[in-house]
Ligand binder design. Structure first.
Ligand SMILES: *Cc1c(COP(=O)(O)O)cnc(C)c1O
Length: 240
């Protein structure tokens, strides 16, 4: 192509290089921690980034994208409808916005109450595949953070698995910042244990959505199956 020297071509090449680097890093960490790379899905978190960045990432082989803000996500989904992207919603959910989630996403990671799960199931078209959901756990027990407490999980799971048009896949968490690998691992280990306990009655649960740009190693070490990576792919975000 003739014009590879302009800024946007460079930016696009950077995104492609970042994706390649992260996939290489995931492979290395899988080797180190005796994980199968086929069990880990890389979710590119594109919040605040323009649709063109997502297109660049897609062209570099990245097919799953995560968004936090519904209106922003819907605009990008429309702009990129020509691409077979798998869209994941990972942000806070308002109960009056569940219909758009049910209609436009393949996964919702941030379900934390029965009312939301019920609405998603009711509003998911039966002609579509079941909507994959994760229950978000407030693992660091911060009062400011979204998510359920661990002791609320069993009861909610029993109800959510009854709902027809959603498929409960597992747990999601955003831990409080921790600086050392061992501190990060200790928190992720609690989520892994919680899933293991649930699997005794719900063996189909197979997903741990955990690990971001700064704690990817700890997450892989503790069994993550979906890494949600933003900054390391798209660069720093302004104002978030
Ligand atoms: C923004 C965000 C991420 C990505 O975080 P990075 O540190 O940029 O990798 C992952 N998960 C959730 C829920 C987020 O909001």
């Amino acid at each position: 192509m003739p014009s590879q020297t302009n800024g946007s071509a460079t930016h696009s090449a950077n995104i492609a290089a970042n994706i390649q680097q992260i996939n290489t890093r995931i492979d290395e960490l899988c080797h180190q921690y005796h994980r199968d790379p086929a069990d880990i899905r890389l979710l590119a978190v594109s919040k605040t980034k323009p649709a063109e960045d997502i297109r660049s990432a897609f062209n570099a082989g990245q097919h799953c994208f995560g968004e936090n803000y519904l209106q922003e996500a819907l605009q990008k989904i429309r702009a990129l409808h020509d691409l077979p992207i798998e869209w994941h919603f990972i942000g806070a959910i308002q109960s009056n916005k569940t219909r758009e989630l049910a209609e436009n996403f393949a996964w919702v990671h941030s379900v934390d109450r029965l009312k939301i799960a019920r609405r998603l199931s009711e509003q998911r078209a039966e002609s579509m595949p079941a909507l994959n959901i994760c229950l978000q756990v407030n693992i660091s027990e911060e009062t400011s953070k979204a998510g359920l407490m661990l002791n609320e999980l069993t009861g909610l799971v029993a109800e959510v698995v009854q709902l027809p048009n959603i498929s409960l896949r597992g747990l999601m968490a955003i831990p409080a910042k921790a600086d050392t690998l061992s501190a990060q691992r200790a928190t992720f280990a609690k989520i892994r244990q919680a899933l293991k306990t649930l699997q005794k009655t719900q063996p189909a649960l197979d997903t741990l959505s955990m690990g971001m740009s700064n704690d990817m190693e700890a997450a892989i070490a503790e069994g993550s199956t979906i890494l949600r990576i933003g900054t390391a792919i798209f660069g720093a975000r302004n104002g978030t």
